[in-house]
Ligand binder design. Structure first.
Ligand code: NCC
Length: 338
């Protein structure tokens, strides 16, 4: 996963894995939050545990990259233990992602997974806006049209006037929608911030991830203490953990790492398009697996999504690199290949 291989096949592989994991994550998370209200696990602990697993896996990937225990320890000392500035820099997206990941649990506890997936696509224009504001990266008119078509397409594909499945917990749709909107803004900002930091230097992706997950653990642990502290002390950190909950944590960890690789080799908008394509694919899969009936709105929506991907996929620039064009003329203005 961490090979310095930016080939098209490798990019497609990462996008595919990330997309499949994201689709499975949303559905499984929703299932674990609505199946039973009696032994419901503390979602804050799941978010915190995910950060720990991602940190361990990233150290493993860095070990593979450095190829010697001495170099690994040296890198950890230089970039993590003796680099408070680096940690501080990466604590920004880590706080924002901590909020976003907790919001995903809140939203999926209150809203159907399909509604969540559609509304969450608002992150694409939000990400485009952040890229414009923070990376000075403009989109062509064609790409803006593509984003609009994508949004329309996803909404049509997911258009389900039928009743949602019965669940065993109380739900509050307003809380769910507010949580999604917060998650959308967080996803756009944190994604672009991380991309900017990553592509503005040749520091390893795994070093950046380690820096982010170290503060991520501290922040999400604070979330556990503040939100569920007393209950966790009484019932235990792993209260309510079923194999499905463990699976959610596994998907969140693997998905997070693949997300970082995707952002390294493509960009945040490409990531968004990939996630949107998953909605079409998962609906199509339901046709073959569960005999779902395809409607005209689905056909129209799927066509729009495909058209939008085609339109956007004719890039005007290589987005695996980032040119820092800051007006104040900061020192390193050269094109950096990551
Ligand atoms: O929302 P999204 O991504 O932008 O969230 C990014 C997820 O990746 C983790 N991350 C990011 C960068 C990095 N260096 N390391 C990381 O671990 C963040 O902690 C955050 O969890 C998407 O574009 O739709 C996508 O959606 C998520 C997920 O489905 C939604 O956030 C659910 O609300 C996907 N994550 C997983 O499947 C686990 C992501 O792959 C794609």
């Amino acid at each position: 996963m961490g090979g310095e291989n930016g080939s098209l096949v490798f990019k497609l592989y990462c996008l595919t894995v990330m997309t499949l994991v994201a689709a499975a994550y949303t559905v499984t998370l929703r299932y674990t939050r609505t199946f039973s209200s009696e032994v419901l696990y503390f979602s804050t602990t799941a978010v915190c545990l995910t950060e720990v697993i991602k940190l361990v896996l990233s150290i493993g990937m860095l070990a593979r990259e450095t190829r010697s225990p001495g170099k690994l320890l040296g890198a950890i000392k230089e970039y993590v233990l003796c680099n408070p500035r680096g940690l501080l820099k990466l604590s920004v997206p880590s706080v924002v992602y901590a909020v976003q990941n907790n919001m995903a649990f809140l939203a999926l506890s209150n809203l159907d997974a399909a509604i969540y997936q559609v509304t969450y696509q608002l992150k694409i224009p939000c990400t485009a806006l952040c890229m414009f504001l923070m990376l000075n990266r403009t989109l062509s008119k064609r790409q803006c049209v593509a984003i609009f078509l994508l949004l329309m397409g996803v909404i049509l594909v997911q258009w389900k006037p039928g009743d949602a499945a019965e669940v065993q917990i109380e739900q509050n749709r307003l809380v769910g929608f507010i949580a999604i909107i917060i998650a959308v803004v967080c996803s756009g900002f944190a994604g672009v911030y991380f991309e900017k930091v990553l592509k503005s230097s040749d520091t390893s992706l795994w070093v950046r991830n380690i820096q982010m997950y170290v503060s991520g653990i501290a922040i999400t642990f604070m979330g556990v203490v503040v939100t569920d502290g007393e209950k966790v002390l009484e019932k235990g950190f792993f209260f309510g953990y079923t194999p499905w909950v463990c699976f959610v944590v596994f998907l969140a960890s693997v998905g997070g790492l693949y997300t970082s690789v995707v952002v390294k080799y493509t960009d945040n908008i490409m990531k968004g398009f990939s996630a949107a394509a998953a909605i079409v694919l998962s609906t199509l899969a339901s046709v073959f697996l569960f005999g779902l009936h395809i409607t005209t709105t689905f056909m129209l929506g799927a066509t729009l999504v495909c058209l939008s991907i085609y339109l956007y996929g004719l890039p005007k620039q290589d987005t695996s690199t980032l040119r820092q064009e800051q007006a104040n003329g900061e020192s390193k203005q050269n094109l950096v290949t990551v």
